[in-house]
Design a protein around this ligand. Structure first.
Ligand SMILES: [Zn+2]
Length: 191
């Protein structure tokens, strides 16, 4: 049953992994959280496990996702942040009651209140987006060079010259496309 749903593309940055649950935004868009339980699955693998998720909560998640996408895209191209997107991100940030917990092993975990845990999880994602967009973290927002993707991603490479949101998907596809173009342009090539 699960095989019927598209896989997640998980990055190291919570906020941009979240916006990546809708990919190929400028091509044949792939919705990776098409049903509430896939949002719950995504939250679980992202360290924000919830008991359940309703269709209304999925709608909330998508509202936040698109606001983060709009704000992060503007930040990546050094455009003014869209006021409506900023408002949505802020609303979600203040709405949750998640608490950062330090484990005995010295790792951070999020504790969500059981009553509204999806909203709590979304507030953690909103706060993560704020720290990325505000430039508090070591890295730089950029847009994926794939024309059908153009996802905002957080470049933490030393040189800050990463071109693709994901090397295994967009990066690879671009390399293959170049390879095939080269093959075609070689006269008499058997391939
Ligand atoms: Zn991409």
């Amino acid at each position: 049953m699960c095989a019927a749903f598209p896989d997640f593309r998980l990055g190291k940055v919570l906020a941009t992994s979240f916006t990546g649950t809708l990919s190929e935004r400028h091509g044949d868009a792939v919705e990776r959280i098409p049903v509430p339980h896939r949002l719950a699955d995504w939250l679980a693998v992202s360290g924000l496990a919830v008991d359940s998720c309703t269709p209304a909560q999925l709608d909330l998640a998508r509202e936040l996702r698109e606001a983060i996408h709009a704000a992060a895209t503007a930040a990546a191209i050094q455009d003014a942040l869209p006021a409506s997107a900023v408002q949505v991100v802020n609303d979600f940030s203040v709405r949750g009651r998640a608490a950062a917990i330090l484990t005995p092993e010295g790792q951070r975990r999020w504790r969500l209140s059981s009553a509204s845990s999806v909203e709590d999880a979304l507030s953690v994602i909103a706060a993560d987006a704020i720290s990325v967009i505000a430039g508090e973290r070591d890295g730089k927002l950029a847009l994926c060079a794939s024309p059908t993707c153009q996802a905002a991603f957080f470049d933490t490479s030393q040189s800050r010259t990463r071109k693709w949101c994901d090397m295994n998907t967009c990066g690879n596809r671009q390399k293959k496309a170049r390879f095939h173009a080269n093959q075609r342009s070689k006269p008499g090539s058997a391939e």
